[in-house]
Design a protein around this ligand. Structure first.
Ligand SMILES: *Cc1c(COP(=O)(O)O)cnc(C)c1O
Length: 415
């Protein structure tokens, strides 16, 4: 049996209809923006391997940081113990964050970062005797991960039909997705804000938190909104003193052009979720970051007020070492220049793309076409890895992609 046959006999892949899907590509090497299959054929990873890779594959500096750390300390439990790579990471991140976000809780993927955020918000009220706050607020089309709490707030993402009966209560707000030359944007936003005000008036006393992906909804098709819309809505929700959770699992680390998407929203959430690009795409790690105020509500003489949540690999030192190396690379002038260059090239080509609802933000470009699957196949033959979300085609490359390669990809997409 070759690798593909062995794989089919053994492995059940994520988000895959095993009956109808093509056999998976066997990848044996990664370097920079490229992946190589077992025959040596090269693919440009135009989607950063599900949005995690930011500096390219097998980056020597991150690989070395992991190797060095593995020889010192591979792992230690994180209750009652700590270690320098975790502390260094939080110190570094703090310098990018507005001052209210100052308490760092580790877990190991985007979904768990979201679970932690939801549980924190809920118990924050519970610890203060407010036990009627049983409802969460999220956007229509939101995606926050595949564990139960994350699925509940993402119940309208279209992925979870079998599970609807098992979810806790969630109120959904309309999401006024927009694109280049969208003449309806103001009307859609006004309607969404009206609806939000109605929901807030009716439900505010039972709301535990509002969770959202600021500026871009990833998994539901790179759907974008204007920062001014999020800002207005943010202020409305804040006025009711409902905690706000920004899920920046996908948007963090310059993906949208600024270090965080919230930098463009110009608002500071009560809780922030980070993962995906955190380790540069090397190891699973995530953070849920919150304010002193929320943290303080968990303090008490007895354990019952504490946050009873933790994972075996919480704050894994290898993951933290990778994250520290990745953050170093993000401070390099060259990285910032590349990010700006990607954004510029996206803008240049937008107009000519064959499709509708063209949109771009920072290093993300997206558009809709019923031919998305055909385009994906054609691009793959020519060595470009894309993975449409329904009718949406998008480009979300590692920041190390060269201008030549990005132009080349657009050439393939334009013909
Ligand atoms: C991918 C994603 C998640 C889930 O992260 P996993 O690491 O896949 O569990 C949560 N929120 C957003 C916005 C994401 O894009």
């Amino acid at each position: 049996m070759n690798f593909q046959e062995k794989d089919r006999s053994l492995i059940w892949h994520p988000f895959t209809q095993e009956k109808t899907s093509e056999p998976p590509l066997v990848i044996t090497k990664g370097e920079g923006a490229y992946l190589f299959d077992e025959t040596g054929k090269r693919y440009l990873d135009a989607i950063s391997s599900w949005w995690v890779n930011i500096h390219g594959h097998s980056h020597p500096k991150i690989a070395e940081a992991i190797f060095t750390q593995a020889q010192e300390l591979e792992h230690v439990l994180f209750a009652g113990f700590t270690h320098p790579p975790a502390i260094t990471l939080c110190e570094k991140l703090k310098s990018y964050l507005p001052s209210p976000l100052s308490k760092f809780f580790f877990s190991d993927n985007g979904s768990t970062a979201v679970e932690v955020a939801l549980k924190m918000a809920y118990q924050y009220f519970w610890n203060q005797g407010e036990k009627q706050r049983n409802v969460f607020l999220s956007f229509e089309g939101a995606y926050h991960g595949d564990t139960f709490g994350a699925m509940a707030v993402g119940k309208t993402s279209g992925y979870y039909d079998p599970f609807q009966k098992l979810f806790f209560h969630v109120q959904t707000l309309p999401y006024p997705a927009t694109w280049v030359d969208d003449s309806e944007v103001e009307k859609k936003e006004a309607l969404a804000l009206e609806q939000a005000e109605r929901v807030l008036k009716e439900h505010h006393s039972s709301l535990a938190a509002f969770i959202l992906e600021p500026l871009v909804q990833g998994a539901s098709g790179m759907r974008m909104v204007r920062p001014e819309f999020i800002r207005t809505l943010f202020d409305m929700v804040r006025a009711y003193k409902i905690p706000i959770i920004f899920d920046e699992v996908m948007t963090g680390f310059y993906r949208t052009g600024t270090f965080f998407a919230m930098d463009q929203v110009e608002r500071t959430p009560d809780i922030l979720c980070l993962s995906k690009g955190l380790t540069g795409g090397f190891l699973p790690l995530s953070l849920t970051i919150t304010s002193e105020e929320i943290y303080n509500a968990f303090l008490g003489e007895k354990f019952n007020k504490a946050f009873a949540h933790g994972h075996s690999y919480t704050a894994n030192p290898l993951g933290c070492a990778a994250a520290n190396a990745s953050l170093e690379l993000l401070t390099e002038h060259k990285t910032i220049e590349n990010i700006q260059q990607i954004a510029k090239i996206h803008k240049e080509h937008m107009q000519n793309l064959p499709g509708q609802q063209k949109r771009c933000l920072g290093t993300i470009a997206a558009w809709n076409t019923p031919l998305s699957q055909d385009v994906k196949k054609k691009a793959l033959c020519q060595g470009f890895l894309l993975r449409p979300l329904g009718n949406t085609l998008y480009i979300l490359p590692p920041y190390c992609i060269t201008s030549e390669d990005l132009h080349q990809l657009y050439t393939v997409l334009l013909t």
